[in-house]
Design a binder for this molecule. Structure first.
Ligand code: SF4
Length: 217
């Protein structure tokens, strides 16, 4: 397996995008405070990602084996049936920005810094997707994440993390949560039809929903 770390992903958020995420009107005193904080954060944040180019060793109806690890997910097995190459990944806002945010005590600034970390994670994921897209893979790039759906329990994070020698600073707790919290892990793969966890997730009013709920799809 080839492991590739992307440790220089740019974090470039413009002021208007940031204020829009916070739903703050430009010119307000809160907006000025938020933009000031963003400037500080941009000089500190180092979003990162790491991925592995891996191959499915074997498959059953409800599991796939990668590098000796059996990942128990019926959906993962179904969704990857037309491919053998997978890209397990970890992406993160980075420990630098998390440590910076941890020193903020003012509640409003803490709220702004939480959004900044979220945007830093988004930059890391976008940087990874851009990198994978440049490989000119055949088919649509899709992703599955342990814990996102009942079908693939969060406890499988442990197996996922065991595939990596470099986790770009992300640690897994005993309850399988990632530190920094604004991190993401999973497996990218290509398929004829794009798959989104959201299509099978019944959570209402999720601000991050990327596809409509279609339980019968
Ligand atoms: S709807 Fe929200 S919680 Fe559910 S999978 Fe999509 S992003 Fe995650």
């Amino acid at each position: 397996m080839i492991e590739t770390a992307l440790e220089n992903i740019p974090f470039e958020i413009n002021d208007s995008q940031f204020l829009l995420s916070l739903k703050l009107p430009e010119g307000s005193s809160e907006a000025e405070e938020a933009v000031q904080l963003l400037k500080e954060a941009c000089s500190i944040a180092r979003p990162k990602a790491v991925y592995i180019e891996a191959y499915i060793e074997s498959r059953t109806e409800d599991a796939v084996v990668i590098d000796g690890q059996t990942f128990n997910s019926r959906l993962l097995s179904i969704n990857t049936k037309s491919t053998h190459r997978l890209f397990p990944y970890i992406a993160t806002c980075g420990i630098e920005i998390e440590q910076w945010a941890g020193s903020i005590t003012d509640p409003l600034k803490a709220y702004f810094s939480d959004m900044i970390m979220q945007l830093a994670l988004k930059s890391a994921v976008n940087g990874l997707v851009k990198h994978l897209t440049e490989k000119r893979l055949r088919g649509k790039l899709s992703c599955m994440n342990p814990g996102a759906l009942k079908d693939w329990p969060i406890s499988e994070q442990k197996k996922l993390f065991s595939l990596f020698t470099n986790t770009v600073g992300v640690k897994l707790t005993d309850s399988f949560l990632m530190i920094p919290v604004k991190s993401s892990s999973g497996i990218y793969f290509t398929s004829d039809k794009k798959f989104e966890n959201c299509e099978l997730c019944p959570r209402e009013n999720c601000p991050s929903r990327r596809a409509a709920y279609r339980p019968d799809c």
